[in-house]
Design a protein around this ligand. Structure first.
Ligand code: NI
Length: 172
């Protein structure tokens, strides 16, 4: 089932999310719904707070090429345990901040641990776009958005655009 994506500014996007203690069918359903919502948007990552659920859960799939095998990842309690000194700059966007993009600098390579859909602990090294995406999504679980890396003026400009968008949506 597709879920509704919250648009910034929203207090739920500023909250630190709670760790997931025990996997349940409800949480698996939530994760599946998030993947469906992400693919439909379309996007390459989505965090639970973006659909108003304050649990430490993200989904992502950075395979964008037509014809390539999709690689949906469901990550409960994801955690960056090591980051490279080398950095990477990507033009980032966010499904909660539609049609706004800005360059963000982050570590190029990160080691991440998480619990998968079956409750198994996983560990993987991510590079390039995957590394940027997983860091962006984990930020969401700590109430942080990519625009928080920008200069205040640019951030305020984007926030005002989003407030206007939300007013227009409310009227429609
Ligand atoms: Ni985002």
């Amino acid at each position: 089932m597709k879920r509704n994506i919250l648009i910034h500014p929203d207090p739920r996007l500023k909250k630190v999310c709670a760790p997931v203690a025990d996997l349940s069918d409800e949480l698996r359903k939530l994760a599946d719904d998030m993947l469906e919502t992400m693919y439909d948007a379309p996007g390459i990552g989505l965090a639970a707070p973006q659909i108003g659920v304050l649990d430490r859960l993200i989904v992502m799939d950075c395979i964008k090429e037509e014809g390539e095998t999709p690689r949906p990842l469901i990550m409960f309690n994801p955690e960056v345990i090591a980051s490279s000194d080398e950095t990477n700059v990507y033009e980032e966007g966010c499904l909660s901040i539609p049609e706004q993009f800005a360059e963000v600098t982050r570590p190029k390579v990160v080691d991440v641990t998480w619990m998968d859909r079956d409750g198994n602990l996983q560990k993987e090294t991510f590079d390039g776009l995957w590394a940027t995406c997983v860091q962006h999504e984990i930020d969401h679980l700590n109430g942080k958005l990519f625009i928080d890396y920008l200069k205040p003026l640019k951030r305020q400009m984007i926030t005002r655009k989003m407030q206007k968008l939300k007013r227009e949506q409310a009227r429609a």
